[in-house]
Design a protein around this ligand. Structure first.
Ligand code: UTP
Length: 462
């Protein structure tokens, strides 16, 4: 950003503490400071600040909320046939190279409190493979199964981009051809105090936060990757988060349903564990599918039961989606369509008093699931939690590495038991995606053979 533009914008928005700070920097440091402001939309930040000051006085969502229409786990033979039809369609899409996979990994992972990108966290029960390795092997296995190449896109942020790249480089990109794996950075947004003051991270940088997982759609467009994929003939994007090791990456059934329903965006959901689970809920609002954050749904709705005593609004968001690329282009090419959310955080930053202190600030983000209510063409599919959803959010307790690793172990145990094997209760089990991607593949591979189980079990492709 030029100095002239900086002075104009910061005067206009009464950021005199930053202007004073800038004046006292050496010319070289001033230059570095200005470079860091490049591409930031300050008018947006101050407009959002004004909006949210106003919104704080508004009440909760009061629209007409109902359970959404969802493809549940098939039980009848008709439903099973529908699922198999979806699988065939999805498989054909994969074979025709119409699919790319996106993993969003730009978050700060503050609840986990792990040094380094979350994707470098060791998670599998026996081999302690990292999340990045696990996802990479799963996608490679899918590509091999369908004799094709599914490109992998990984979104990072400025805070973890270089570490992520170094990690992949030091592991030879886990076998990916360099031109089928793409890393791109999401945008950053300056954080702001409730009384409208920007903060400094250090001498030459404003205090900023990544612009949310919704920023993946904007960054795909801004980086040119969206156009690149469209020109390559890719039509759908499988989207997931780095923190769920149970994701069935590029699941053909899910892709098939998405196509059969002619959807712009599809979502996998699981049944909420109980009325208190803190998970976004997939509902219909004024006739449109929408995901509402648990904190935005009234306590009455969160705990409502149906006639059978089951949770009425049962569909918990897994953050696994398929998005059509033309839809992503519509949301991004004429200005970014996703709405911003505001969260108050306590951070260590240099405030208007010039000292490094704990300061309350607002961070603005967009959420990818807000794309759902921007189209009428949606599809939602129920999946079994124990098979597909166990996120790593917290250091311990619920949704922690321990629960995720246990979920993987239980899943693999179930697959092995399907082959008729008896497994001692304390045995830890891990099955490499390169050995078997699912129960069916495992059963067919181990047909007739028996494993001598002594200690933990790790099955890998020889
Ligand atoms: P979360 O919202 O759970 O955040 O992100 P987080 O960064 O993992 O953890 P906390 O909240 O700081 O403890 C869900 C997924 O979205 C990605 C994360 O990397 C994770 O895969 N994400 C989140 C981004 O890629 N960018 C963001 O700005 C936010």
């Amino acid at each position: 950003m030029t100095e002239r533009k900086f002075l104009r914008i910061f005067k206009k928005h009464n950021q005199h503490h930053i202007l004073d700070h800038y004046k006292n920097l050496s010319p070289q440091k001033q230059n570095t400071f200005l470079q860091g402001l490049e591409g930031l939309d300050f008018d947006l930040i101050f407009a959002l600040h004004k909006d949210f000051c106003h919104k704080q006085t508004l009440s909760r969502i009061t629209q007409d909320i109902r359970p959404a229409s969802i493809i549940t786990i098939p039980t009848s033979s008709e439903e099973k046939a529908f699922k198999e039809k979806a699988r065939t369609i999805g498989e054909s899409l994969i074979r025709k190279e119409k699919i790319a996979a996106l993993i969003v990994a730009g978050g700060q992972g503050s609840r986990l409190g792990f040094e380094g990108p979350k994707g470098t966290f060791p998670i599998t029960p026996v081999e302690k493979k990292t999340l990045f390795q696990l996802f990479s092997e799963s996608l490679q296995a899918m590509s091999m199964r369908y004799h094709t190449t599914i490109p992998l896109l990984i979104m990072t942020s400025i805070e973890n981009h270089q570490d992520t790249l170094n990690f992949f480089e030091s592991h030879n990109f886990f076998g990916f051809d360099r031109d089928s794996i793409h890393f791109f950075q999401q945008g950053m947004l300056p954080s702001i105090t409730p009384d409208s003051k920007l903060l400094l991270r250090d001498e030459t940088n404003l205090f900023m936060n990544p612009d949310g997982h919704g920023g993946s759609l904007k960054a795909l467009y801004d980086s040119g990757l969206l156009t690149y994929l469209i020109e390559k003939g890719v039509s759908e994007l499988f989207y997931c988060q780095i923190d769920n090791p149970l994701v069935r990456i590029a699941d053909p059934v899910f892709l098939g349903y998405h196509i059969m329903m002619n959807a712009d965006i599809s979502t996998k959901v699981v049944r909420r564990i109980n009325i208190k689970e803190k998970v976004g809920v997939y509902v219909s609002v004024n006739g449109r599918d929408t995901i509402i954050e648990y904190s935005d749904l009234s306590p009455e709705k969160m705990s409502a039961l149906d006639d059978h005593g089951d949770i009425l609004y049962w569909a918990g968001n897994t953050a696994i989606h398929v998005l059509g690329l033309p839809f992503i282009r519509r949301l991004t090419q004429r200005g970014f369509a996703l709405p911003y959310h505001c969260a108050e955080k306590s951070v260590q930053a240099i405030g208007p008093n010039g000292k490094l202190t704990k300061t309350q600030c607002w961070k603005f983000e967009t959420f990818v699931f807000d794309a759902i209510s921007l189209t009428e063409k949606t599809c939602c599919m129920e999946v079994a939690r124990n098979e597909e959803f166990s996120p790593v959010k917290n250091r311990e307790g619920a949704d922690s590495p321990e629960t995720a690793s246990r979920a993987m172990n239980n899943l693999y145990r179930g697959w092995l038991e399907e082959t008729g094997m008896a497994i001692p209760p304390d045995t830890q089990i891990e099955i490499s995606p390169l050995f078997a991607l699912d129960k069916e593949e495992l059963v067919s591979k181990l047909k007739g053979s028996r494993l001598d189980i002594e200690g933990d079990v790790y099955l890998e492709e020889k």
